[in-house]
Design a protein around this ligand. Structure first.
Ligand code: GLP
Length: 259
C-alpha cells in the first residue's frame, strides 16, 4: 500500500516533496520529472525555487500529465501555459526539455502514441507528482479508466468541468475533451507522490488509499504501485481509517529510507 504522510499544512508537504526532488536532481542532473497542474502541486514548485537556486537544472526533463483538447497552446489556461508559468519559468528549466501532451485537434489521433514514445525514449519518469480530483481522478483519468490505459483522449465529466470552471470565464468555455497520460502510463513512473489538501479531498483520498482497487476510483491505482507516497494535510486525511498508524510509521521511519 501507499505510504501516507500526514503533514501540518500544504507548505510542509511542499518542503518534503521538494527536498526529495532536489535530491534526485543532485544525484542525476537529467532527472525526468512527472509534472502535474492544478492548485495542489503549487507548494512543491514554490519550495523547489529556493532548493534549486544555483543548481544546474539545464538537463532536467519533464512530462506533464495532461492537456485540454482543442485549446490553443498559447491560451493562458492551457496546461502548456500553466506549466510554463508555474514550473518552467520560475525554476529556470529548459522549455525544450519539458513536454506537455499536444492537445491540438490536428494530429490528435497520434498525439497519445507520440507522447508515450517520448516518455519511453527519456527512460521513464523518476518521480510523478499527482493531485487528485474530487471524483478520485488522477491526471484526467475519470472514473471507469482502465488501469492499463496509455496516453489518450478522454471526455471530462461534468463534475470536473464544474471544478475547473474557476479558471475560465464560464463553464461553457471549459473544454469537453482532454488528452491525459493513462493510469498504465502513471503506474510506470518509478515513484508516485500524490498530494491532497483540504476537506474536499478527504473522501477521494480515503478511497484511493484504503478503498477497494477499482476503476470507479482511478486514484486507487496507486495501491498497485510498489513505491507510492501520499502526502496530505489533516483535513484531507480525515477519512483515513489507519491515520494513527501512518503517523506512527512516519515518526519511526528510518532516515536512510528517503521519501
Ligand atoms: C485537474 C487536473 C488534475 C488535478 C485535479 C485537481 O483535473 N487534471 O491533474 O489533480 O484537477 O486539481 P486541484 O489540485 O486544483 O484540486
Amino acid at each position: 500500500m501507499a505510504e501516507v504522510v500526514i503533514v501540518e499544512n500544504a507548505a510542509a508537504a511542499g518542503a518534503l516533496v521538494a527536498d526529495e526532488i532536489a535530491r534526485l536532481i543532485a544525484a542525476d542532473p537529467a532527472t525526468v520529472l512527472g509534472l502535474a497542474t492544478g492548485s495542489t502541486p503549487l507548494p512543491v514548485y514554490e519550495a523547489l525555487r529556493s532548493r534549486l537556486d544555483g543548481v544546474d537544472v539545464s538537463q532536467v526533463r519533464g512530462f506533464a500529465l495532461d492537456e485540454y483538447v482543442g485549446i490553443d497552446p498559447s491560451h493562458p489556461e492551457s496546461y502548456r501555459s500553466v506549466i510554463t508559468r508555474e514550473v518552467v519559468e520560475p525554476l529556470g528549466l529548459d522549455p525544450s526539455r519539458i513536454r506537455v501532451p499536444d492537445g491540438r485537434t490536428e494530429g490528435i489521433e497520434h498525439a497519445g502514441a507520440d507522447y508515450e514514445a517520448a516518455i519511453a525514449a527519456a527512460g521513464g519518469v523518476a518521480l510523478q507528482i499527482l493531485g487528485i480530483g474530487t471524483d478520485g481522478h488522477i491526471g484526467f483519468n475519470e472514473p471507469g479508466s482502465s488501469f492499463a490505459s496509455s496516453t489518450r483522449v478522454k471526455t471530462l465529466t461534468e463534475q470536473t468541468r464544474e471544478d475547473n470552471a474557476r479558471f475560465f470565464p464560464s463553464i461553457d468555455e471549459v473544454p469537453m475533451h482532454c488528452i491525459t497520460q493513462g493510469l498504465g502510463t502513471i503506474l510506470r513512473a518509478k515513484h508516485l507522490v500524490l498530494l491532497a489538501f483540504g476537506a474536499g479531498k478527504a473522501e477521494a483520498v480515503a478511497g484511493a488509499v484504503e478503498g477497494p482497487v477499482t476503476a470507479s476510483l482511478p486514484g486507487s491505482a496507486i495501491q498497485l504501485h510498489p513505491h507510492a507516497t501520499v502526502v496530505v494535510d489533516e483535513a484531507a486525511a480525515a477519512g483515513l481509517r489507519y491515520a494513527d498508524y501512518y503517523r506512527y510509521t512516519f515518526a519511526n521511519k528510518p532516515s536512510w529510507q528517503g521519501l
